[in-house]
Design a protein around this ligand. Sequence first.
Ligand code: IDP
Ligand code: MG
Length: 133
Amino acid sequence: MTERTFCMLKPDAVANRHIGEIIGRFERVGLVVERLEMGMVSQDQATANYAEHEGKPFYDGLISYITSGPVVKMVISGTDAVQVCRKLMGATNPLEAAPGTIRGDFGLVMDANVIHGSDSLESAEREIAIFFG
Ligand code: IDP
Ligand code: MG
């Protein structure tokens, strides 16, 4: 099924100049970058996006990290886009992310794990609304 998902290159990916290489991986498998915007994540967007993690030990660090520098926000579409993006991203912890995945290849630690991607169609709809209105 054709789906739309939300992906975001986190501040470390932008700071380390990996924008082009990472977006290239999505295009290489045949997904389409429908919308793309570079900019800062507002406090409201950060707390809305990560509401499910409120109260966890890493939450405050996560919010300050995601608002710390420019990110690249994207709507990506294509067949099974949600699952394909998650597969390309790899496991949350770069230590466990397989080589060949985005987090496995561009990340080192959980605190700066390169990329965010919606985990379901429902999350995708919600997150696209948060970041693109
Ligand atoms: P996901 O990004 O793979 O969907 P989630 O469990 O939804 O992973 O966590 C959201 C984000 O919170 C992660 O991408 C990571 O940046 C951060 N995070 C999750 N667990 C930890 C942790 O144990 N320590 C530090 N940061 C974490
Ligand atoms: Mg998640």
